[in-house]
Design a protein around this ligand. Sequence first.
Ligand code: PMP
Length: 406
Amino acid sequence: AKTFEVEKIRKDFPILNRKVNGYPLVYFDNAATSQTPQQVIDVIVDYYSNYNANIHRGVHSLSQEATDKYEQARIKLQKHFNAEKPYEIIFTSGTTHGINLVASGFSEFLKEGDEILVSAMEHHSNIVPWQMLCERTGAILKVIPINLKGELIYSEYEKLINENTKLVFVNHVSNALGSVNPIKEIIEKAHANNAAVLIDGAQAAPHIKADVQALDVDFYVASAHKMCGPTGVGILYGKEAWLEKLPPYQGGGEMIATVSFEKTTYAGLPHKFEAGTPNICGGIAFGAAIDYMNQIGFDEIAAYEHELLEYATGKLKEIEGMKIYGEAEEKTAVISFNIEGLHPYDIGTLLDKMGIAVRTGHHCAQPVMDFFKIPGTVRASFSFYNSHDEIDSFIEAVKKAKMMLQ
Ligand code: PMP
């Protein structure tokens, strides 16, 4: 197999050269947001330097250039996720926006007593919008439990789903634990019960290339900023039939066909869901980020990140008092851990003093923390531009922090 040229890749990321608190930056907070390669930064600079203009409305050249580039980015995303039609890709401000758009629209389709299923390992952004939907409609939210390894218990899902189930929501990958969920089986089972499925792909998209047609998923959402792109942009994939049925989420410019005070008619897809001036540069840069990652290759990325995961897990386990949360059979390069007797926040603070960026806390997944009866964890999450050397520095720093705190 081809060796993974991490040193070459690292040169694409200017931020990896900087120091933090006098130490070379070791960036292990990739599950929160990823870093940006020069190739994507260049696209952002090019946009503002050369063709910044509003899209879909101007006859002038700049506007057409910006529109073309924005629509080309949509097609890149369509191809990447293998959507059948470009207009099944809706640009959003991120995963949270995509979920709220669908949850808001479903108010029209649900009635009292309908059931919606969500997993116990969801991010708050995949819990709260559904709770709000239940409050509006009288639908009932039910929770698919997880086991101590941090895996969804499929047999419990089979027991929970029934003819009242209208919607199922699970994340493809858990941000707190890294567990990869068996979404193909989940979707098939839901469809056999006439329920629709939304998959939160925020954590999966940087590591796994999802094929929405092969999955036969109804909705799939993701954020650019976790995939080497900028913040404030993401996508909602929806099957055409669903997007046709769903009402518009926001009213405004761009999303109308005609407006008068008597009656407004809405634009077709995708514009019906893209009210207002979008994050034009962000969308174009998202396309560039997808190109960048595809040029490295998602299979290569996954294999290399898995190597980092195994290496770091093995080393961490040698540390006395180490407890790792989330040991699913299939997981991405996320390690959530605690050291007996120490508070995760204290560990995180000391690691930062040594230039190492990790996340501490509940990771917007309080139900997961409640399940393990802990206030939070330290979470180290790796990307394809991280190295074995960085893991060595991290392990040394964790040992040092432990010594200082005990
Ligand atoms: N779902 C999951 C699983 C996530 O990890 C995140 C980001 N932490 C989100 C949803 C929300 O994404 P965003 O903040 O980009 O909307």
